[in-house]
Write a new protein. Structure first.
Length: 414
């Protein structure tokens, strides 16, 4: 096989990394190189695709160490039996690329994953070596996210946490039967065992930091995971339940959802079409309901259709509100924060502003309209100083009246 130059390797391995969604860079400790020490920062504005909670865009070099793999997971474009062009970086090449891109102001961090080369331990050693060299040899202070390998030696996985801001271990699929069928070489027990070990190491690192200021930071941005949506028969109810369990058991920062994408020369056990992208979007919305809006997983699941799938035409909060009409209307001038967060169309920032402002004035419907995109969606569910939804509350076809209209996008609109 002809030798590939760095540019060709980068084209192959950056493209191969696009299927991994879990690359947000939020939640890490702040570091910079002010004073001439070190290189890089986790604080500045970026130019790419990973967004922090405060809206900052953090640019990451997102690549695989290699797209060769000894595993043969049916859903993976890089599986052993896949007929794709292969490439591999050395650890030093990734270090050089990261530093070169940073110095040109292209990136502020690195997201590094890999197929399995030879053995899991050998691959994990290479991933850790990249992070170690950046931190120790070059005093790199930018963001590093490492994908770890569940069946690698636990000591190697924990070493990753010493150098990376965030580590992630993919659970791959929402159900154990799905994992056995589509990735028979992977073990759900092994994956969750590695996540549990990482959770313990993160907690130990926090305790050590409280006692000793000189203790090293350990994965300050925590750990995350990713699930593939639509490759198996798992319903949205299954996925929501799995995500809730993962958050509770492993104290994850994020669960990411990645819609299955059909791949060349696909196995016969895979679906022929990808699921609607809106399904992935609705799962993220349900995730937000559990994390920021106080919904329990069973409440989110109760908004699903009888087949366990969330409606695609309306968001999960609106679906829940339409099923539990007796909870409404809510008086915005008197209701608690928990009650207001359940009103369709009201986000966390809008609710906070209402609670702060209503001490000094009585909120009207126009006041609420200024805090939201669509007051029509909210009107049936609230009471204000000048509005009471007397006719809308019991309307049988309420969904038809408040469901967002479909708009055809124009490709060449001015």
């Amino acid at each position: 096989m002809a030798q590939l130059d760095t540019r060709e390797k980068l084209a192959i391995l950056a493209d191969a990394a696009k299927y991994d969604a879990s690359c947000a860079s939020s939640g890490t400790s702040k570091r910079n190189s002010v004073g001439g020490k070190g290189i890089g920062s986790t604080e500045g504005m970026g130019i790419c695709h990973a967004y922090a909670p405060d809206g900052r865009c953090i640019s990451l070099l997102k690549i695989l160490l290699t797209n060769s793999c000894i595993f043969d997971c049916h859903y993976c474009i890089n599986r052993k039996s896949s007929n794709v062009r292969r490439a591999r970086f050395t650890a030093q090449e990734v270090v050089n690329l990261t530093l070169a891109f940073y110095k040109r102001n292209y990136i502020e961090g690195l997201f590094l994953s890999s197929g399995i080369i030879a053995t899991s331990n050998y691959t994990m050693e290479q991933l850790v070596e990249v992070a170690r060299s950046l931190r120790e040899d070059h005093d790199f202070r930018g963001y590093i996210h490492l994908k770890t390998i569940p069946d690698a030696d636990p000591e190697l996985v924990q070493k990753a946490g010493l150098y990376a801001d965030r580590v992630s271990i993919n659970v791959e699929l929402p159900t154990v039967p799905g994992l056995k069928r589509l990735a028979p070489e992977k073990s759900a027990g092994q994956i969750e065992g590695a996540m549990l070990g990482m959770k313990g190491a993160i907690e130990d690192g926090k305790d050590a930091k409280k006692k000793y200021k000189s203790a090293p930071m350990f994965a300050p941005a925590g750990q995350s995971t990713q699930m593939i949506v639509g490759a198996d028969a798992a319903t949205d109810a299954d996925i929501v339940g799995k995500a809730s369990t993962l958050y509770d058991r492993f104290s994850l920062r994020r669960v990411y959802y990645s819609a299955f994408s059909p791949i060349p020369d696909a196995s016969a056990v895979l679906p022929l079409q990808r699921p609607p992208l809106m399904r992935e979007h609705r799962l993220y919305q349900s995730d937000w309901l559990m994390r920021f809006y106080g919904f329990k997983p069973e409440e989110v699941v109760s908004a699903a259709e009888p087949d366990g799938m969330l409606p695609l035409d309306i968001d999960p909060k609106l679906a829940w509100a339409l099923k539990y009409r007796d909870y409404f209307p809510v008086d915005v001038n008197k209701a608690s924060k928990e009650q207001l967060l359940r009103v369709p169309g009201l986000g966390t920032k809008a609710v906070d502003r209402i609670i702060k402002s209503r001490r000094f004035r009585t909120f009207t419907l126009d006041d609420v309209a200024r805090l939201t995109v669509s007051v029509a969606k909210i009107r049936p569910f609230i009471v204000t100083g000048d509005w009471r939804p007397t006719l809308l509350t019991d309307k049988a076809d309420l969904k038809r009246w408040i469901k967002p209209e479909k708009h055809q996008m124009e490709l060449f609109a001015a």
